[in-house]
Design a protein around this ligand. Structure first.
Ligand SMILES: [Zn+2]
Length: 536
């Protein structure tokens, strides 16, 4: 029998029977199970059936809370992702529409726009006494700057602390100011501020630029020309790295604020303004014509969170937020797709399944007392940006009204380094802010699921610091108790091999049920979960 023929028969059989095991098919065709797995992979790739952990099911199967339901969702979700990012949010939106769960935003839009930008290095020039320098050749800056000046104020080290000030005889308001790195010294070589050989924060290159910049801003200066012979090479390496790295650094788009600009000068350019700058520490007015013009075209990216809400029957003004991230890391440099089935396709489909279960209960008149927000956030992989936008810039639901955040990020796989029962999940953060939440979570698990709850990564001293590395952290930093559900990492983590066929659908289902039961208890108990270990 030809391969093609065998595969057609498999499809027909699966469609007739609903589901079939690999063992059965191997026996029937007298081939190895390996061969059948290959067949199923191929057929699944052509959307003819869905491969499960032990066999295959037909593609139309869509029972609620069964393996097929998870699997199909994950597959659809992943297929959509392969086109463009917009399809992921459209897919999620459509799911909520068909479930009949409303948008969380008052205007009825499921999308919360999250404006992101990619920082790019600027281009432009600095002209001193008619001599032009291109950026990267003698000077550097990381932002836009603009201005023409007929003098530059030299402020020595640009330090002010206690009795010491480089600003007592000069006025920098509305001016461009030249300062140098380091801090003042006495004639005997000790530092002026400490009176000893110990340098202060003003001499620490990591801290001093920000300190000096802040001081100048406070004094109303327009810009800072910064000369630091010892660190210019370091700034230059960073500048070149930024320039060569197309993708740059992504962040939430900030409004253009009126801050001082900072321009880093190398020794040659600094000495065009003040030839003895290395030995001269005395603040003075330097007559020089100086024009600076650098512009940066930060790339803008329109991105969206998707948020839906099911209003509570008794305490609708208190909300439980369940979240998962909808983004992943894109394609590899050689063009392979990083599928992200576990990270965080698993969390995405779990959240949809949980939403469906809550809606079903509500439709039967047994809905949750408190409201539930289903929040799919963007930009997690770029630095928790979608959740940061939600908590810091535009909380759709007041943070004071947010009772708990349960965050789901990777719950479909097994950590190969972990020993013990495969029916486990790592729990992180449950006891950090609320003893009640932790106890509730334990009790619910004992009563309904009996999954092994592994707290390995909950240890404050764990070097992975997972508590700080997914979206729940933006809620936790606002004293909203959280639980982070996580299966740990694996060999396919952030690689193209993170595919739906490697998901353990039985575990994904168990873990989703645990999160559902936990959310249910939080939403329905008489009193709001108490925060007894608030930070700050
Ligand atoms: Zn993730």
């Amino acid at each position: 029998m030809k391969i093609k023929e065998r595969r057609q028969i498999i499809v027909d059989l699966v469609n007739d029977w609903g589901n079939l095991s690999v063992g059965f098919l191997a026996k029937k065709f007298k081939v190895s199970e390996m061969t059948i797995y290959r067949d199923l992979n191929e057929l699944e790739g052509n959307n003819l059936l869905i491969k499960t952990t032990g066999g295959a099911i037909k593609i139309s199967e869509s029972l609620v809370h069964t393996e097929s339901s998870f699997s199909k969702r994950l597959k659809d979700h992943n297929k959509e992702k392969k086109a463009i990012a917009k399809k992921a949010v459209e897919y999620i939106k459509k799911e909520y529409e068909s479930l009949g769960i409303k948008a969380a935003k008052a205007d009825g839009n499921y999308f919360q726009k999250v404006p992101l930008e990619i920082k790019k290095t600027p281009s432009g020039s600095l002209t001193i006494n008619e001599k032009e320098h291109r950026i990267g050749e003698g000077f550097l800056t990381f932002a836009s700057s603009k201005g023409s000046f007929d003098k530059v104020i030299y402020a020595g080290y640009g330090v002010e602390e206690g009795d010491y000030s480089d600003f007592s005889d000069i006025d920098v308001k509305g001016k461009i100011v030249l300062i140098k790195g380091g801090e003042p010294k006495n004639e005997d070589g000790t530092f002026t501020l400490s009176g000893s050989t110990e340098s202060s924060k003003w001499g620490n290159p990591e801290e001093s630029i920000a300190l000096k910049d802040e001081l100048l801003q406070g004094k109303g200066a327009i810009g800072m020309l910064y000369y630091d012979m010892n660190n210019y090479q370091r700034f230059n390496r960073y500048f070149q790295y930024m320039k060569n790295n197309d993708s740059g650094q992504m962040s939430i788009k900030s409004e253009d604020k009126d801050t001082t600009f900072v321009i880093y000068l190398n020794a040659g350019v600094a000495k065009e303004l003040l030839p003895d700058i290395d030995t001269n520490h005395v603040p003075a007015v330097i007559k020089a014509s100086l024009t600076v013009a650098t512009t940066t075209e930060n790339g803008e990216i329109a991105s969206e969170n998707v948020a839906a809400v099911l209003l509570g029957s008794e305490k609708p003004e208190e909300y439980v937020v369940i979240s998962s991230h909808l983004d992943h890391i894109g394609v590899t440099t050689d063009g392979q797709i990083n599928n992200g089935a576990d990270d965080d396709g698993s969390g995405t489909v779990a959240l949809l399944e949980i939403a469906e279960a809550f809606k079903k209960a509500a439709d039967e008149g047994r809905g949750p007392k408190r409201s539930i927000v289903f929040l799919h956030v963007t930009g997690e992989e770029k630095g928790l940006l979608g959740s940061q936008y939600y908590t810091d810039v535009d909380p759709i639901i007041d943070l004071e009204k947010t009772v708990v955040n349960l965050n789901i990020d990777m719950i479909g796989r097994i950590d190969p380094k972990r020993e013990g029962d495969r029916n486990y999940i790592y729990l992180i953060g449950s006891d950090k802010l609320s003893t009640e939440l932790h106890e509730l979570s334990e009790e619910v698990n004992k009563e309904f699921m009996n999954i092994e709850l592994d707290y390995t990564y909950n240890d404050e001293n764990d070097p992975n610091r997972f508590y700080y590395r997914s979206d729940h952290y933006n809620f936790a930093k606002n004293n909203i108790p959280i639980i982070f559900y996580f299966n740990g990492t694996h060999d396919d983590y952030h690689k193209p091999g993170d595919t739906p066929d490697k998901i353990n659908y039985d575990l994904l289902e168990n873990r989703s049920r645990l999160i559902f039961h936990t959310a249910w208890e939080i939403a329905n108990r008489d009193t709001r979960v108490v925060v007894d270990k608030a930070i700050k």
